[in-house]
Design a protein around this ligand. Sequence first.
Ligand SMILES: Cc1cc2nc3c(=O)[nH]c(=O)nc-3n(C[C@H](O)[C@H](O)[C@H](O)COP(=O)(O)OP(=O)(O)OC[C@H]3O[C@@H](n4cnc5c(N)ncnc54)[C@H](O)[C@@H]3O)c2cc1C
Length: 512
Amino acid sequence: MNTTIKSKKNKHTPTFYDVIISGAGPVGLFLACELALAKCSVLILEKTLEAHSPLKRLPFGIRGLSAPTIEALYRRGLLQELEIHKHLKNPHQNAVQGPRLQAGHFAGIPFHDGDIDTTQWKYRLPGSTPTSLITEMEELETVLSRRAATLGVEIKRGFAVTTFHQNNEGVTVQAGGQSFESKWLVGCDGSRSVVRKTGGFEFAGTEPEFTGYSARVDILNPELLKPGRNVTPTGMYMQSQPGYLAIQDFDGGTFHGSAKPVTREHLQEVLRRVSNTDVTISTLHIASTWTDRARQATSYRSGRILLAGDAAHIHAPLGGQGLNLGLGDAMNLGWKLAATIHGKAPEGLLDSYDTERYPIGAQVLDWSRAQAAIMKPEPNARALHAIITDLINTTDGATYFAGRIWGVSTRISLGGKHLLVGCTVPNFEFENGTKIGELMQDGRGILLDFDHNTSLQKLASEYSQIDYISATAKNQFGLCAILIRPDGIVAWATDNVIDIGELQKAIATWFV
Ligand SMILES: Cc1cc2nc3c(=O)[nH]c(=O)nc-3n(C[C@H](O)[C@H](O)[C@H](O)COP(=O)(O)OP(=O)(O)OC[C@H]3O[C@@H](n4cnc5c(N)ncnc54)[C@H](O)[C@@H]3O)c2cc1C
């Protein structure tokens, strides 16, 4: 059996779509929203019939969002639809150490709010969106599905993509025993992506060190377990709330790879070994496993086939970065693919998706490898652990780790002269109280002119994808003008007299 969710907008279902997306996870849904916002016809084919699952709900489904994701949702008017974070207390609160509030961790080593020097983030304005917040998978997918439906995206559930063929004109996709056609196919079908495997993408990387467990259990003697996150000589365990366990067992990923079901006896043996207690699990309600296997597609594009999210990269969920990385892919790809479809893309625009996102993915994979390496129960790792603990408790250390984990220090290498180029645009507040992020819901480029220069207005008017805004912001950081891409990334900026030729060149890199 399969189902089709047709949006109200979509009265006439096309037979040839601009884009088919395989997978209605958060990345597929967000990409669909970006494409539909840019007036592309989109079909999502999703393997599962049921959108809901206990593993997507709290506490298993808890997901930490970082600054770039929060900004992306805010700029598309979606942030206010997330509710759960308003009712949740700081997940690190169990680990409050005296007056020092834990703000996050690296490999289980906490860093603290009071140690972070936010003045080092030069272009981050006070009153910006938060640097991190907690949501759950189900909430995020619900919000994105709703938006996708409003924008005219068609979602077919119970349609697992099994194979596809591409030629110069398009792609034919087989799913649920039927055939679908489109100009482009994007694999957002998760870590075991059929699109990646069928498309022959190379998936290079490293094998796992551990099996991770998420489980809900009844424990006869819970007082034997310490609260919070406990890095032990044999692994790590955490009881986020009574009966909800996360465990890391350094077994080389063997158990996860065996595909054996998690039994009560097995989980109890692992928990006893890792916690070095005689803890007794009386009932196992639900459990899932994961590893720190770290692999990345060596290219995110093969002809008319593209990859995004876990389909393009997998790594340990330590420090919670995979979802943020995937949503960043979607934000980067959406406007570029749409411009290509509409014949409005300068040469190389679509390929810049790969060149911009691959290095960011590689950094995240290394970040998770570094954490797995220093959590390993061995003397070398313990020695490194001690050094990182010293560093993370300094101001520069805490600021560095917070900047990396919250994505505040993320910068795409675009080669511009100004420090802001490649960064997310500061959330400038204009004299009337409006913020620039509120003006980005249409997903268009913006030429922001603090100099009130008529030649800039004339230049912007030559490009249908660019809005021109002449305004004065409360804090302009001494800038004269900024070119902002539809994904909120600064493409060009100047503090000095505006060089129109240089600006023209910058515009022509991104817009036609
Ligand atoms: C325990 C744990 C904790 C985590 N915590 C965090 C966190 O705090 N922060 C963070 O950023 N990340 C976190 N992650 C990672 C994050 O959950 C993933 O990176 C994210 O879900 C990836 O989204 P996606 O849409 O790419 O893939 P998925 O969420 O896997 O979605 C893929 C979709 O594709 C569908 N599909 C699969 N095969 C097919 C097919 N053949 N045809 C059609 N559809 C198909 C699936 O049913 C699914 O709906 C965590 C992961 C785990 C395991």
